[in-house]
Design a protein around this ligand. Structure first.
Ligand code: ATP
Ligand code: MG
Length: 673
């Protein structure tokens, strides 16, 4: 038997071997769905002789795709895995746009607008209407994103509008898309939508991609949205080279347009679909699984699953009540220190999961105080830092002179004494001629609209940017980028504006780090076509997806949101802030969306392999005020016999009796060692 099958159970084997026709693996957490994908890739390459370049696997996060690449590399001999595509949906979309920009009528050097850029653009459009508060801005941004994910184009949005308010948003949507086109830019949602449109409208392009991607595998399928699903359908066509794996109980991105019903749709769209269920969990102890199953049973179910495991009964789940949030973080830090010794574990065996990024701050302080190394996935993104945004805007403008957002950000950073009236004149001139602001700077006609001195400064800037662009396209792009940063004396500018020299130095280090990353991408590229433009586009996209998931460095406790923990596993897991209003989150309570919060809790619980500890704080600061909290309703949904509670006014007096004996048990364990 093939080595790729030896370690699999019969159902998993069936899923790997099933290659004639589409296949859906629907199974609970830790049952080896992702493992099926990696094994299947290896099987396709080594046993079926399918060249790796014809196989594409789609994962939900960059971290997951990195891990998958590594795992496949470990399974497949030599260089046979070269050319394999393992990426997120957005990266796949970016690749398609990059290669098909001509067919799309786009320039090669398009910009990708992240959420902040998109908001800035919307703000500008809405300001013209004099209609702006930030709530409304959020609402409009969300609505547009939802429309895009549901494949609703502006004309459709307009015709379906049920109220004047909606009609107005549809109109902003139309102008927003128009502006993106003018800027030669795509937003995040367009990375999926654009290929979908392309494939629907140009069958010969679709055919080309169908020849390229002969087998498609999708992980975390329950979290795909409508446009992602359509992309899958288009690529696969009726050849059936498709394996998708998912778990409806782990659908946690409905708020971002995910459609768990895509799982049921598959059966309709692919009548020959084979459904395979996995029931053995290889990750967690029976107790952890029982707790997870018990909790999720409170949600209605379309597909029944019965997970079991042979990983031993394990320890009871601990629920710890802490006096306040400060005590909670302190307690978690202390637990990690003592557990690490007691269990002879590494720091990296521990993960702390929370509902919102803001909960990390206090944990960080306590971990630092106790000198516990940790790494945080999420929080402020590297690319959200002002210095990185500045330098990236230079790069963006260099690769795409139509990018007005980038132009506006850097025209006076550092100061060039180009005043608001000059900028207004440029904007006006550009608008009338339907050209970008940067290109307007190079037009002769602009001279009539401003004083000589201003014009001179504008011309110098314009010339310099063009020159930098040329340098970057030369033999030594990274050297050219360094030159750019030095030319503008960015370091001096940072020093002028920073509160302390140390701050400026740190910022400058970030800038060098950015240039190093570009260098690394250029060097690692296995396709030689990769230009500086592509490297920058890749880098931006990587960051957008990675803000929640930085690289792991060594032996560190892992901190992350519950959302970011999907697909991962850790020996010892802490879930903090198990309180009403936090988990379930207040907005979900208000919107009566408890089921998704329950799934999120299920995701958290099922990350744990050996131990799970939940904490909650009886008091917590909210909007500067200390309030009494109530423990999460989900704690009442756990099986009593598997839970031990601790702390004053325990959430569940019934199980406290068990606590004494459990403590005695663990003491005895320690003595035995
Ligand atoms: P999730 O729903 O959380 O994404 P999953 O279903 O994708 O989980 P995997 O991550 O693939 O599950 O597997 C969970 C763990 O079980 C991994 O550590 C994996 O190596 C291990 N595993 C999977 N299948 C087997 C098997 N047949 N024998 C032993 N270990 C296995
Ligand atoms: Mg998985």
């Amino acid at each position: 038997m093939s080595a790729h099958l030896a370690k699999l159970n019969p159902r998993q084997k069936e899923a790997v071997l099933h290659i004639d026709g589409p296949c859906l693996v629907l199974a609970g957490a830790g049952s080896g769905k992702t493992s099926v994908i990696t094994r299947k890739i290896a099987y396709l390459i080594e046993e079926c002789g399918m060249p790796a370049r014809h196989i594409a696997a789609v994962t939900f996060t960059n971290k997951a795709s990195r891990e998958m690449k590594e795992r496949v590399g470990g399974l497949v001999k030599g260089s046979a895995a070269r050319g394999l595509t393992v990426s997120t949906f957005h990266n796949l979309g970016l690749n398609i746009i990059r290669r098909e920009h001509k067919a799309l009528g786009m320039k090669a050097s398009f910009s990708i607008f992240d959420a902040e850029d998109a908001r800035a653009l919307l703000k500008e459009l809405m300001l013209k209407d004099g209609d702006l508060d930030s709530d409304h801005l959020d609402l409009v941004a969300n609505q547009i994103s939802n429309w895009k994910n549901d494949l609703v184009i502006p004309a459709m949005a307009a015709s379906k509008a049920a109220s004047p308010g909606e009609a107005q948003i549809a109109e902003i949507y139309r102008r927003y898309n128009q502006a993106l086109r003018a800027y030669n830019a795509v937003d995040f949602d367009d990375l999926i939508l654009t290929p979908v449109r392309l494939f629907s409208e140009q069958p010969e392009v679709l055919e080309k991609w169908r020849r390229k991607i002969r087998y498609l595998l999708v992980d975390e399928y329950q979290d795909t949205n409508s446009s992602q699903y359509l992309l899958v359908k288009l690529i696969v066509g009726d050849r059936g080279g498709l394996t998708v794996v998912g778990d409806d109980d782990q659908s946690i991105y409905a708020w971002r347009g995910a459609r768990p019903e895509n799982l049921s749709l598959l059966k309709k769209d692919f009548p020959s679909l084979s459904l395979i269920k996995l029931e053995q969990n290889y990750r967690s102890t029976s107790r952890i699984l029982r707790v997870a199953n018990h909790l999720i049973a409170h949600n209605p179910h379309e597909f029944d699953k019965a997970l079991w495991s042979e990983m031993g009964l394990g320890e009871p789940i601990r629920v710890i009540r802490c006096a306040n949030e400060d005590a909670e973080s302190e307690r978690v830090a202390m637990e990690i220190l003592s557990q690490r010794l007691k269990r002879q574990a590494k720091f990296s065996d521990f993960a702390i999961l929370y509902r919102g990024n803001h909960q990390a701050r206090l944990l960080e302080i306590k971990l630092q105080a106790h000198q516990i190394p940790y790494t945080i996935s999420g929080g402020t993104s590297f690319f959200a830092r002002a210095e990185i945004k500045d330098v990236m805007s230079y790069l963006r403008l260099i690769v795409n002179p139509d990018d007005d957002n980038a132009f506006l950000r850097i025209i006076n950073t550092p100061r060039r004494q180009i005043g608001p009236s000059t900028l207004e004149a440029i904007g006006h001139y550009a608008n009338e001629r339907h050209i970008s602001m940067f290109n307007a700077c190079g037009e002769i006609g602009l001279g009539e609209h401003m004083p000589e001195a201003s014009l001179e400064r504008i011309r110098r800037f314009h010339h310099w940017v063009l020159q930098m662009g040329e340098n970057c396209r030369g033999d030594d792009p990274v050297g050219a980028l360094k030159q750019l940063v030095e030319d503008i004396d960015y370091e001096g500018w940072l020093h002028q504006n920073a509160s302390a020299p140390k701050v400026a130095e740190r910022r400058m280090e970030n800038v060098w780090y950015l240039l190093d990353s570009i260098k690394a991408i250029l060097q690692k590229a296995d396709d030689d076509e990769l230009t500086v433009e592509d490297a920058i586009a890749k880098l931006m996209l990587r960051d957008m997806l990675e803000r929640q998931e930085e690289e792991d460095l060594g032996d560190q406790v892992q901190l992350m949101t519950l959302h970011a923990s999907k697909g991962l596993e850790y020996p010892h897991v802490f879930m903090v802030g198990m309180e009403e209003d936090l988990l379930p989150h207040r907005t979900s309570i208000e919107e009566d969306n408890i089921e998704e919060e329950r799934r999120l809790t299920y995701v958290g619980i099922t990350r744990a392999q050996k131990t799970l500890t939940m904490t909650w704080a009886a008091k917590r600061k909210q909007y500067g005020e200390i309030i009494e909290t109530s423990y999460s309703r989900f704690l009442d949904e756990l099986p009593e016999e598997d839970v031990v509670s601790e702390g004053l006014g325990q959430h569940n007096p019934e199980v406290n009796r068990a606590q004494g004996s459990a403590m005695l048990g663990s003491l005895l364990d320690m003595l035995k060692k």
